[in-house]
Design a protein around this ligand. Structure first.
Ligand code: NAI
Ligand code: 3PY
Length: 386
């Protein structure tokens, strides 16, 4: 018998039982579910990361859908339990779903939702902030100030890197990578080099147009280059930001050999997933190259940092907060709830997961569709004509 787990219940007489493994920001997502005949159970356990056993207890023997978190391990055990409980829907409250075994979900006929788009700019803003914080040594300088060590302006005090006119490198120029690139190019007049499996025509057009604008105003134009290899980006860029998905092709994409290719004074930023960087190798590289700096939002073994990282002055570290703005987190909760609700109600899947704005309008009824289901093709789910 599974151990009891504490929950908060909304709309107890609702026909469909939906479980959320965490409390999420805002109330719209709760309203959308309860107004649509769902009995919502929100887990109120205080521990941060729920185990598979905890989630099994939450699913129980009758559950139509679950909203879960990126910290949870969603594989065969949970998907088969959800199927046995009569469930057909799961949504991560995240765009990344490397914590989900999609093949296992397919085997059990469970639709997998994620939350793209609503967090694109928010995440890119944090990556841009980490780039500036690392390049200009903001955290080090802040600690110095608070320690009472400042005794007057000095020519050498906390000298960092100028961004203007330098080259920004982006690995993974999808939604977030492209938004980050535009911020760095427009904000700091940086040139772009990027590597992605696909060409980012919109990004290239943006840089060309902005370059023409600068030139027309008597300034040097910014430029772009699509690299033919990741190594080309690592060798040429002054600031490199990582924005690919985490999968087999990107695991330890930054390893000792690739770190050695980078400029000695480069800035490396990671707001994608921790395992994209070999963090042990990174610590060694930071020790050997004090002018090399990193800005990290994600870590290889969250919530832990590899030994030595916390002591490195040339590292800026924050706890996976890239999407943490109120509007964004409320929007993520809404999209996750609508993915689950839509599947339960038999709605089709929204045609373009990059254009989810209609679901986020607080003053309108959301379209009758699931905003983003990553395995819709494998499950043969219908596409929305809206
Ligand atoms: N730190 C945080 O809080 C957040 C982290 N993320 C992470 O960012 C990732 C990207 O999100 P989006 O931009 O919305 O996804 P996206 O799917 O629009 O972009 C990912 C890009 O990576 C590229 N890619 C895949 N494999 C590659 C490889 N081997 N080499 C180079 N490029 C490769 C894809 O072609 C695609 O363009 C998510 O999967 C998630 O893991 C997303 C949001 C917040
Ligand atoms: O959405 C994601 O993938 C995150 O990491 C949290 O926003």
């Amino acid at each position: 018998m599974a151990k009891p787990i504490s929950i908060e219940v909304w709309n107890p007489s609702g026909k469909y039982r939906v479980v959320s493994t965490k409390s999420m920001p805002g109330t719209r997502w709760i309203r959308l579910l309860t107004d649509n005949d769902c009995r919502l159970e929100i887990c109120t356990e205080t521990k941060t990361i729920l185990s598979v056993d905890d989630i099994l207890a939450l699913i129980g023997d009758h559950c139509h859908g679950v909203i879960g978190q990126l910290t949870e391990d969603w594989g065969e055990v949970l998907f088969s339990a959800l199927k046995r409980a009569g469930g057909t829907a799961f949504s991560n409250m995240a765009v990344g779903y490397n914590n989900v075994d999609v093949d296992a979900a397919n085997r059990n006929g469970i639709a997998i939702g994620n939350t793209p788009g609503v967090l694109t700019e928010t995440t890119a803003e944090l990556a841009a902030s980490l780039s500036v914080a690392a390049a200009r040594r903001i955290v080090e300088a802040d600690q110095f100030m608070r320690a009472g060590l400042y005794d007057g302006w000095l020519p050498h005090l906390f000298v960092g890197n100028l961004l203007k006119g330098q080259t920004v490198g982006v690995i993974g120029a999808g939604r977030i990578g492209s938004a980050y690139a535009r911020m760095m190019i427009e904000g700091f007049k940086m040139n772009l080099i990027y590597f992605d499996l696909y060409q980012s025509t919109r990004l290239e057009k943006f840089v060309t147009a902005y370059g023409q604008f600068l030139k027309a105003n008597g300034e040097p134009p910014v430029t772009w280059k699509r690299a033919s290899s990741m190594e080309e980006v690592l060798r040429e860029a002054d600031v490199i930001s990582l924005h690919p998905v985490l999968d087999k092709t990107t695991y330890h994409l930054i390893n000792p050999e690739r770190l050695a290719m980078m400029k000695k004074e480069a800035v490396l930023v990671n707001a994608s997933r921790g395992p994209v960087i070999d963090e042990v190798a990174l610590v060694e590289h930071l020790k050997a190259n004090p002018m090399f700096r990193v800005g990290l939002d994600v870590f290889e073994d969250e919530p832990y940092m590899k030994p030595g990282l916390a002591e490195m002055k040339n590292a800026v570290v924050v706890p996976h907060i890239a999407s943490a703005s109120k509007w964004t987190r409320e929007g993520m909760a809404t999209l996750a709830a609508l993915n689950v609700l839509g599947k339960i109600k038999g709605y089709p899947v929204w045609g373009n997961p990059n254009a989810v704005e209609p679901f986020l309008d607080e003053n309108a009824t959301p379209p009758p569709a699931c905003p983003s289901i990553v395995n819709s093709k494998q499950l043969g789910l219908p596409s929305s004509k809206l």
